[in-house]
Design a protein around this ligand. Structure first.
Ligand SMILES: *Cc1c(COP(=O)(O)O)cnc(C)c1O
Ligand SMILES: [Zn+2]
Length: 371
């Protein structure tokens, strides 16, 4: 059953979004942890599909590393969840796998995504692996370098002129293509696996989440909530959403106590988290309020510094993944000595380089004919 993450209405008329505009999500799961195996089998009661060996490219089940130098520096126990070791080098794979399962279950021949980076690479990779035709919609001003990793998997890539935020909504009306976008309900289900892994490793007091569209934040929180509701955990950690100051619509709305409004053109090196109009923004705000979480924004200088420090604790991550550590100086006073803090290291620093390719471009109104 799907329910709106904003207004709680049960809605079966759409796959993706409620009539109120909020994102739909599957109801909370009931179950228990099974013995042995990896996260996908041990927590299978909590996922919409059982994964077989053939479904998997080895996503998830990533290491949680204690950051020695950073822990000493801040006087806390800081753990880094190393998502750079996923098949396409970001956590997006955890959600893509269920998005693909859903598309195949519904009988779609074509699968699409609206993304400029990690999600596009992930959907293109898993789509190729499962033999689906993949369509990736990107903005026309995308740098050729960014298409390198996406194009190697062989999807159709189309650059679309016009407002990129609008393209997300435009894509959801394309009936013959299943879109696995940033907050697709099945994508969110896959992200819960990260919460399950962390909770089975340590009793975290705080979980810090780099936030753009809000899909990752929602997945982590939903995973923890399901553990709590099923009496597997007796309390929840504090959830902290972090954005880049140069594109921080959720942070601004949190500070002002208003709904999320569109941000202007993003100005940050943290490109992977620069969605100026996050489709799950209000759903994130709702959870932050309900669970007394907090929201921070960090500038590029701090992000670069944090990226270096994370590397010296063993992980080369992309700038977007460093925002959690970059926010520690502003968060530390409220954390208390010896807190067990987890920062999600969402994607690899090796991401930017790659094979270049030319992209076909169309106007948004011509898009339907083109595909
Ligand atoms: C997608 C992404 C995020 C944020 O995820 P959202 O679901 O869009 O909030 C954070 N870091 C990296 C590296 C990403 O690719
Ligand atoms: Zn709704």
């Amino acid at each position: 059953m799907t329910r709106c993450a904003l207004c709680d209405r049960i809605d079966t008329s759409s796959e993706y979004r409620c009539t109120c505009g909020g994102p739909l999500q599957l109801d909370h799961f009931k179950g228990s942890i099974k013995e042995g195996g990896n996260v996908w089998s041990a927590y299978r009661d909590f996922f919409p599909y059982n994964l077989s060996k053939e479904d998997s490219l080895g996503e998830g089940n990533t290491p949680l590393i204690r950051a020695k130098r950073l822990s000493t520096k801040f006087g806390i126990n800081l753990y880094l969840k190393n998502e750079t070791v996923n098949p396409t080098w970001s956590f997006k794979d955890r959600g893509t796998i269920f998005g693909i399962k859903r598309a195949l279950e519904l009988g779609y021949k074509r699968i699409g995504t609206v993304s400029t980076g990690n999600m596009a690479a992930s959907v293109a990779c898993y789509g190729a692996y499962h033999g689906s035709r993949i369509l990736v919609l990107v903005p026309t001003d995308i740098h050729e370098d960014k298409i390198g990793q996406i194009s190697i998997y062989g999807p159709e890539i189309i650059g679309v002129e016009g407002d990129y935020g609008e393209l997300y909504y435009e894509s959801l009306d394309m009936d013959d293509i299943y879109f696995i976008n940033s907050d697709n309900p099945y994508r969110i289900e896959g992200y819960k696996s990260m919460a399950f892994e962390i909770a089975s490793d340590i009793d975290a007091s705080h979980v810090i989440i780099p936030t753009s569209s809000g899909g990752l934040f929602r997945g982590i929180v939903k995973g923890y909530e399901e553990l709590f509701q099923n009496h597997i955990l007796s309390d929840l950690p504090k959830f902290i959403a972090v954005q880049a100051a140069g594109c921080s619509p959720i942070h601004r709305a949190f500070e002002e106590g208003e709904p999320v409004k569109r941000w202007g053109p993003p100005h940050t090196i943290a490109k992977a988290i620069s969605n100026p109009f996050p489709p799950s923004g209000d759903a994130v705000l709702r959870k932050l309020k309900e669970l007394k979480g907090t929201c921070a924004a960090v500038n590029d200088h701090g992000i670069i510094e944090a990226q270096k420090n994370i590397a010296r604790d063993g992980i080369y991550c992309q700038p977007a993944s460093a925002v959690g550590v970059a926010a520690l100086p502003q968060l530390i006073n409220d954390m208390g000595q010896g807190s067990k803090v987890v920062s999600l290291i969402t994607g690899s620093g090796m991401k930017v380089e790659g094979r270049s390719t030319k992209v076909n471009t169309v106007t948004m109104s011509d898009l339907r004919e083109k595909i």
